[in-house]
Design a protein around this ligand. Sequence first.
Ligand SMILES: [Zn+2]
Length: 155
Amino acid sequence: MSDEPLEIVIPMDLRFKWSAGPHLGHFLRELREGNIVANRCPECGRLQLPPTPVCGRCHVAMGTDWVPLSTKGTVISYSFVVDPMYDAGIGDMRPVPYTIAAIVLDGGPDVAFFHRLEEKDPEKVRVGMRVEAVFRPPGKRQGLMEDIIHFRTID
Ligand SMILES: [Zn+2]
């Protein structure tokens, strides 16, 4: 009797769809139109971006107080990604290198929005740099975070 380990290979190609829900769904519909919106907590007034059904700070149900934010903002932190990793947003490995940043959008001072920067040169990326969202053309948007291609430098 052999101790050779046996394995069973089961190829799987599973695709899932699920409801984004009323809060994230509203956000994604607005994104498809080229707008970025947050929702405001009725208790503490804090903005949530992307919107959530419950406030992360005081745990009350979020209402439908939608706050339009600018598509321009300021980088408050960033990272350079050099190791490839799976990205569920595109369903594949995201090509490297790329720069991911926390961006405070104008009109939403208490919440950071995380997305990729167009700029990949470490010598040119800095905290405080001004950036603007670059959306896919209107007919190409699907109501996904990927409707924003990246944020480009504007100063
Ligand atoms: Zn709250």
